[in-house]
Design a protein around this ligand. Structure first.
Ligand SMILES: Cc1cn([C@H]2C[C@H](O)[C@@H](COP(=O)(O)OP(=O)(O)OP(=O)(O)O)O2)c(=O)[nH]c1=O
Length: 686
């Protein structure tokens, strides 16, 4: 039972119920929660017509009730409570919202509307976590609603008036109290009874459990590959992205003036850290990155598949990518020819599934399933996860309205996202899973939207166009991609920014692992070559208090890096220097750092770069290299963490040999964060 540990977590907190409702007080105290009652003074006068649904109105009212109490208490005591709970119950008949009747006639009107019919009772709940920062109130709001269906019997006028005259309807939404005399009016109830009485206790406990015990990515449920809905293609949906409505605008629409802090993504980590004093860095989203990156495996795979190449089909290596949930859980699935069922028997589809000699089975995903990465990119581009963060759970039709997209296609997109483990689908609609909340919402601290955006806008195209290079092998691919990368960087400011955003968000996840893989305290200065926005430099400066760090990158990158800085004391020890590490002299440093750089370059460039570093590095100085880890010694097959990189990961031995070849000795290799291979070599005397 989730309740006990959750209540335990709240035990030492100052909890306030922002409600005068005696029913809410009773429900919560019966559940063992200890709290103070401070009724809200928020006037329930929000403009109902401006809400897309009745429950959106209830949720917003609940939130405003709680925020009013939090603000007032903070102003009065200069100390806010830890948690404020607000709730609002409404009765909805279709789109019409009924609140508490103002007088007997009003109660009669309401009860007459409900007479003999089904209606919905919605309770919106807001859980506001408060803290004071520099005397200012800081809040994190988590919100949800519950719906219960109630059916009234056919009631006579006489009975209605008798009930009204009892006085019971006056302080209750819809003009009745199901828990007392009003129970006699009710034929049936579907859903949570306590929700009708004013507080959905069960959902509240689940929400607390979600906040205090967020599921780990590995806990994401596994789905069978055939649960991914079959669709022809998502092109139509993509068309609407490009067309008329700006999805970003739609996503924000309808809730004008709302505090963006109604932010479910922030709450779990902040709470977790606050409660457990734990490191709030999220686990590495391996599966998600593999999903974002998966299409590269497909394109490389084409080299192994002569038949598919002949018929010009896009190939997807079965076994790796047909089980998206396994991917999200960071697992790889072995497949055999018997697993081709998802590809077979779909009438009219030009299938080319077959097993080649290497035992790899191929099929045309483009005709029977949408490619999972493209689904993810499309959802990000449409700001689907932002909409669900702010307003979820939502039904497909509501999502389509908010995104200005086609309802049918939107439902397909939502279903595929649910099958991929990015969304949760329940009776109440679709909502973000934990991994989506953490990494796919655009303004989240650990958002990987930048990676999705960049992969979609640029890398996908590169891989799609580079069939020739892919067929001709990894070296050529690296060369072609490296050249395109150079060309791209010089091309447009927007692309550069896109690239920087992607690299910035990835570096946020890896920088700590890179900085701490070895003890670097013997170095007084470091130079991060291609250090982009300085995330790793910042981590190094934070970890080693006497280290001076130089970030060296192309002028167009350093020029834009200012927009990514967030201050802090360690920035005094960081400087940005513009230059091209293939042409210009490298800044002096005891330690040179190349983080996720080497994979990008063809061998000639790679050796040129390493030999330039070797010449600049003083004897005793170091070279720290961080790359995606190959899965096992000698098996450079892992697609992990190659996002933004073109080449294949090297094995520890390959790394060792590479550094030794350029005059580095005592080369040590460490696996960091399960996904990175970090290598440290010491420059030998020439
Ligand atoms: C439908 C129904 C509502 N109600 C009550 C629950 C709520 O208290 C009330 C709806 O009004 P609310 O505005 O939700 O709550 P409230 O005014 O009582 O308290 P506060 O605003 O301070 O939080 O109706 C019942 O008790 N029984 C019922 O069957």
């Amino acid at each position: 039972m989730v309740l006990c540990p959750v209540i335990g977590k709240l035990q030492h907190k100052r909890v306030v119920l922002a409600s005068a409702s005696p029913r809410r007080q009773e429900i919560l105290s019966n559940a063992g929660l200890r709290f103070e009652v401070v009724p809200s003074r928020f006037k329930e006068k929000l403009h109902k017509a401006s809400f897309a649904t009745p429950y959106a109105y209830a949720v917003e009212t609940a939130k405003q009730k709680a925020l009013e109490v939090a603000g007032r208490m903070h102003q009065k005591d200069l100390r806010a409570p830890d948690v404020v709970i607000g709730a609002d119950t409404i009765v909805a008949v279709g789109a019409m919202i009924l609140e508490k009747p103002v007088d007997k006639q009003d109660a009669y009107r309401m009860l007459s509307r409900l007479n003999g019919k089904e209606h919905s009772v919605f309770t919106g709940v807001a859980i506001v976590h408060c803290c004071s920062k520099d005397g200012r109130l800081d809040t994190e709001v988590s919100e949800f609603y519950e719906e219960t269906t109630v059916k009234f019997s056919e009631l006579s006028e006489e009975l209605l008036w008798e009930y009204i005259n009892s006085g019971e309807p006056m302080d209750k939404a819809g003009g009745y109290g199901i828990q007392a005399l009003g129970g006699m009016l009710v034929e049936y109830v579907h859903g949570d009874f306590l929700n009708v009485v004013g507080f959905p206790l069960n959902h509240f406990c689940k929400e607390l459990a979600r906040l205090y015990y967020p599921p780990r990515p590995a806990d994401l449920r596994r789905v069978r590959h055939d649960s991914i809905p079959a669709v022809d293609t998502f092109e139509n949906l993509s068309d609407s992205e490009a067309g008329g409505a700006d999805p970003g605008q739609s996503a924000k629409g309808g809730r004008g003036g709302e505090q963006a802090d109604g932010d479910r993504s922030q709450a779990p980590r902040a709470l977790d850290a606050a409660l457990n004093g734990a490191d709030s860095r999220p686990r590495f989203p391996t599966g998600l990155l593999e999903l974002m990156d998966g299409f590269k495996a497909s394109k490389r795979g084409a080299t192994l598949c002569p038949k598919s190449r002949e018929v010009g089909l896009e190939c997807w290596p079965r076994g790796r990518l047909w089980d998206p949930a396994a991917l999200l859980a960071g697992q790889q699935v072995d497949g055999g020819p018997q697993d081709t069922s998802c590809l077979q028997g779909r009438p009219g589809l030009p299938m080319a599934d077959h097993a080649d000699q290497a035992g790899v089975c191929w099929g045309s995903w483009s005709k029977c399933h949408p490619p999972p990465p493209k689904v993810l990119f499309t959802a990000c581009k449409l700001k689907l996860f932002d909409v669900l963060k702010d307003q979820g759970p939502l039904q497909a039709v509501d999502v389509a309205r908010k995104l200005s997209t086609c309802a049918g296609r939107t439902e397909q997109l939502l279903d595929v996202c649910a099958a991929l483990g990015l969304l949760e689908k329940t009776r109440r609609g679709y909502s973000n899973t934990e991994v989506a909340t953490l990494h796919l919402v655009s303004d989240g601290e650990h958002s990987l939207q930048g990676v999705a955006e960049y992969n979609d806008a640029h890398v996908w195209g590169v891989f799609t166009r580079l069939g020739l290079a892919v067929r001709e092998g990894a070296e050529q691919t690296r060369g072609a991609l490296g050249a395109m990368e150079e060309e791209r960087l010089s091309q447009s400011r927007e692309l550069t920014l896109q690239f920087m955003r992607a690299k910035h968000s990835l570096s946020k996840l890896t920088a700590h692992h890179v900085a701490t893989a070895f003890d670097l305290s013997r170095f007084a200065s470091a130079c991060d070559l291609g250090g982009c926005t300085g995330i790793l430099a910042r981590e190094l400066a934070q970890e080693y208090p006497r280290l001076q760090v130089t970030v060296f990158d192309l002028p167009e990158v350093t020029e834009l890096s200012g927009g990514f800085q967030c201050g802090g004391r360690q920035t005094e020890r960081i400087r940005f220097v513009s230059g091209d590490f293939f042409k210009d002299s490298l800044p002096e440093a005891d330690l040179y750092v190349l983080s996720r750089m080497l994979q990008d370059w063809p061998d000639d460039k790679l050796h040129k770069l390493l030999s330039r570093i070797s010449s600049s590095c003083k004897p005793g100085g170091g070279l720290l290299v961080a790359e995606a880890a190959a899965e096992e010694e000698g098996a450079s097959q892992s697609p992990r963490l190659r996002t933004l990189s073109a080449g294949q990961p090297r094995s520890p031995d390959e790394h060792r040999r590479l550094l030794q070849r350029h005059g580095f000795q005592d080369v040590r290799v460490a696996r960091a964060g399960d996904l990175l291979c970090v290598v440290l070599g010491t420059r030998a005397a020439p």
